[in-house]
Design a protein around this ligand. Sequence first.
Ligand SMILES: [Zn+2]
Length: 148
Amino acid sequence: MAARRHISKDIQTKVSQRANCLCEYCHASEKWQYVEFTIEHVIPLNKNGAETVDNLALACFHCNRKKSDKTTAIDSESGVEVPLFNPRIDAWSQHFIWSIDTLYIIALTPGGRATIATLALNRERVVNIRAGDKTIGRHPPVDDPIQS
Ligand SMILES: [Zn+2]
């Protein structure tokens, strides 16, 4: 995790625009938040990750804190260590889909499952925010897949 002040405004803007202002993990929108989202190192600096746009992701404070310097986690179903969702090489929709009521992120892959668990993508507070945002048309993000 790195505070925004360490990364130039130009890079912050590029990362945010590329993400459509969504946390690249939980898909919360930065537009409706009191605090700016963070710029997260997908591969952490302490694992030789670069401080370049292709290693950075927009992440809400909570997802950034939960991910920390992890890049893998144990998949609860197989017990195997798998790579976490990597927003720079994976498409969100390959690993995740919204539940029919759009309140919960459902995993489509072992990596998706491990990421949901590790980052607590369906934590109670964010589910409550999704429910509220849904009633006023702010959730889910327009291009996201929904279970049918
Ligand atoms: Zn998030």
